[in-house]
Ligand binder design. Sequence first.
Ligand code: PLP
Length: 431
Amino acid sequence: MDLSRELYRRARALFPGGVSSPVRAYRPYPRFLARGRGAYVWDVEGRRYVDLCLGFGPLLNGHAFPPVVAAVQRQARLGSLFGAPLELEVRVARRIQSLFPSMQRLRFVSTGGEGAAALVRLARGYTRAPGVVKMDGGFHGSVDPLLFRAGSAAAGLPASAGVVPAPQAPTYVVPFNDADALEALLAEAKDVGLVLLEPVLGNVGTILPEPGYLRRVRALTREEGILLAFDEVITGLRVAPGGAQERFGVTPDLTLLGKAIGGGLPLAAYGGRREILSWVAPEGPVYQSGTYSGNPLSLAAAEATLERVNAATLSRVEAETRRLVAELSEVFRRAGRPVSLPTVGSLFSLFLTEGPVRDAEAARNVASAAHGRLLRAVLEGGVFLPQSPFETFFLSTRHGPRERRQVVRAFSRGVERLPRRDRSRGRLRDH
Ligand SMILES: Cc1ncc(COP(=O)(O)O)c(C=O)c1O
């Protein structure tokens, strides 16, 4: 019997869905992994996979990246928690600032979701306007005011059960890539203090901003005196060293970072304009704290990662990502199958449709059970990738031509399993 199947049986008795986070579960059972190195992971049975999941994004330099391993070991010997400020904290913050100059001041937290919750509270405290605008399909972690029409494993749900709509502090949802809808909403709702968006949607597949869209969002929020926050948890370090704000040349008031900055350890940060951050405790009245905030092991991994982030390295990963996407596109073309493979930096995703997918509704409409079967076949072909049409795929600096060949081979076999006519389209609004 497959060991993963047996472990999953035991795990399901212990954990809801057998997992510690929903998107890790898939049918008939998820692979239990034992180790990773560079671009590869091995499951508990010793099978090796090229990894396009990379922990759902953080591992920009792949698994067990030697400088990260060395830095974490060094720090573990010096101590893993102090409850006191550290020189390391100052060094890492400086490096983040040099990449993200808009983060004039920042606060370290442990996870993206924690940072998103803090950012919403800060915006509400600073502006005294309780309304928050998010994008349909935008995902910012399991944060109550942001779990409306979210992405990732919540992609099919209007809202999570247990999240109570709060008329005093409303969440408004508008479609991505539709600045007119945002303009109309802002004309109507007079209690909005924050517009929060992923500048590239990454949790309903990858959806790129259309030319001029982010600029218009910036102009509209500025005109209305509303704060604009970019959630760069996925895009930070991945679409440019300084994230989407560098790549698209649009500067938000607030920024949320996570995933890649921690080099595989839990680290996130929110920050932005000096006077806004001065509202955070203990300097200001907006309370936010964390025992593990700025954890030394995470900061050590972050320093080892950030020291090596530069435009040349990232453009090499981007070029490799583009080559992979071009070859995959050719696989679908030869098989006569429609595909759209949006890509930016070291991110890409796959929609089984020709047309560009410009918002979450379109992504939900093309998701299908056949897509799920394709991903399953690719997994069986030796590529570990998120088993959901709503997730983004990632490359690392350790992926090269050999890994590309294996991925292309696995997709070529997977494409053969696609039905000629897909009747499941649009019905897989969740997975
Ligand atoms: C864009 C974005 N923001 C925030 C989060 C939440 O981060 P975390 O899972 O570290 O809480 C995620 C997680 O996938 C994300 O993709």
